[in-house]
Design a binder for this molecule. Structure first.
Ligand code: HEC
Length: 461
């Protein structure tokens, strides 16, 4: 019986075109009826068959709703307008047959009403099968294609800066599923009784139970389906849909093999870099400024190296430099002179654990290309921090475990390019000292950033 209902239900999308055709024909005749001799007769005939085919459409639609896992919420508008269309057709039919109580209603009410009701029924039907934006989406795609010269395929993208701290599921797996699977596996449309919009839903599985087999990962329904040849009926996604790429299949498979974890980060799981290479943004990140400089002064470099100050280019071919005083804890503010020779080249400086104080801000303001400054574990309180506003490229500032005063935080709003300021203090809560405005909240990172554990951390050399 179930199979019969499903079968009947599947005819709905086909059947509905009969009453649609009849109604359109009826409206064409109605609006041109002055040109026909027998228009009333033909109209009655057409509307009669509209009603018959409409009743069948309604029944088949109802079966489809029951059998295919649609939510009532999703289909109700389509359902009600479907009924309204049928009722108006019946009303019009009996109006033409001169039923006493209908005669008083203006004729236009039926014809225009039918037209509107038909359009709305069709629209809500489209919403069910193609999603809420089924009309606007192609337009959006069209316009973005024209504007940017490319289609805006949403892609999974990891970021060099922070990918190790991203949970594997939310940063990699969920976006892939959302892009390639969720159109059929969601609360509105639950094919195979499987939903994928949350981790929980995924864990619940589908009509054949769990889709991840923790004991035998390679026997997982999810694993098998994406590995089946495309021609197989059970291959996912179905062959008419946009397919998973090789890299996507591999990473989903790997994720299943390691037990489909929800919260662990890519760093904690020790996912090898070559497994996820494909998911990094192809565009070069413009974190460092795009300035062309001559090679830095070698005398200065030698001097720095002799003092155990670490100097390194930010990339292999770059003349931009990164300087770190981590091996020089006695470094003091006055000694900043030593960096004069690389004033333009310095883009990132790490003064963490050094002996600098608040006068450092004045000195740092003289290195115009600085993008990143680390002052973690120093005595700075933030007094005079607004002098850094001279640095037009400064994006990141680290002030973790310092003597930072909450009252100095608003100075940060003067920094023209600042994106993130890390201010975590283990022994006190800065937000008790000052109320953060939304703007400050946007740049200040209060969290306790523990470095993610790498798989290689456990290796004993
Ligand atoms: C075009 C719609 C569509 C898309 C897109 C789609 N599926 Fe499906 N999926 C179905 C249908 C229909 C079924 C039920 C029929 C069957 O079992 O083959 C199903 C069933 C499944 C099942 C079996 C559930 C069970 O318990 O029987 C899994 C697993 C699955 N899909 C995974 C995926 C994955 C992974 C993707 C994305 C890579 C995906 N699907 C994309 C339509 C789709």
């Amino acid at each position: 019986m179930d199979a019969f209902l499903t079968f009947t239900g599947r005819f709905h999308p086909l059947l509905v075109h009969l009453p649609i055709g009849f109604i359109l024909l009826a409206l064409l005749i109605e609006f041109n009826r002055k040109n026909f001799n027998e228009s009333e007769k033909v109209l009655k005939f057409t509307l009669f068959w509209t009603i018959v085919s409409g009743v069948f459409s309604l029944i088949s639609g109802f079966f489809q709703y029951q059998q295919e896992g649609y939510l009532w919420k999703t289909i109700q508008a389509h359902f009600y307008f479907g009924i309204l269309t049928l009722v108006l057709s019946i009303g019009f039919y009996f109006f033409l047959r001169k039923q006493a109580f209908l005669i008083r209603i203006p004729r236009l009410f039926f014809s225009v009403g039918l037209l509107i009701s038909l359009l709305l029924t069709g629209h809500f039907g489209g919403t069910i099968t193609h999603g809420e934006n089924h009309l606007t989406e192609p337009l959006k795609e069209l316009s973005s294609t024209f504007l940017s010269g490319e289609s805006n395929d949403f892609e999974v993208q990891l970021n060099e800066d922070n990918y190790l701290e991203q949970p594997m599921y939310t940063s990699l797996i969920a976006p892939i599923l959302s892009q390639k699977c969720m159109s059929c596996h969601n609360p509105k449309k639950t094919k195979g009784e499987l939903q994928m919009h949350t981790y929980k839903a995924l864990q619940k599985g589908g009509k054949n139970g769990l889709i991840v087999n923790y004991k035998n990962p390679e026997q997982s329904e999810l694993f098998l389906r994406i590995h089946l040849p495309k021609e197989e009926k059970k291959h996912m996604p179905p062959k008419s849909k946009k397919q998973l790429t090789k890299a996507e299949i591999n990473i989903i498979s790997y994720w299943i093999e390691i037990g489909a974890p929800e919260n662990q980060t890519i760093g904690q799981l020790g996912v090898e870099r070559n497994k996820i290479d494909a998911f990094f943004s192809k565009e070069k990140e413009n974190f460092y400024p795009d300035v062309v400089l001559d090679s830095p002064d070698t005398k200065t470099l030698d001097q720095l190296l002799s003092k155990n100050i670490l100097v390194s280019p930010v990339t292999k071919e770059s003349n931009l430099l990164n300087v770190s005083m981590l091996n020089y804890p006695n470094f003091e503010t006055q000694q900043m002179d030593i960096l004069q020779g690389i004033q333009q080249h310095l883009v990132s400086i790490d003064l963490s654990y050094s002996s600098v104080n608040d006068s450092i801000f004045n000195r740092l303001a003289q290195f115009p290309n600085l993008v990143q400054i680390k002052l973690n574990h120093t005595k700075v309180s933030g007094e005079g921090m607004s002098q850094l506003s001279a640095l037009k490229r400064l994006k990141k500032l680290y002030l973790v475990e310092t003597s930072l005063k909450g009252s100095n935080l608003p100075q940060l709003l003067n920094l023209p390019a600042i994106e993130q300021v890390f201010v975590y203090q283990s022994k006190r809560n800065l937000t008790e000292e000052i109320e953060l405005t939304p703007k400050l909240k946007g740049i200040i990172k209060l969290g306790d950033y523990i470095l993610p554990k790498l798989a290689s951390d456990d290796i004993v050399y």
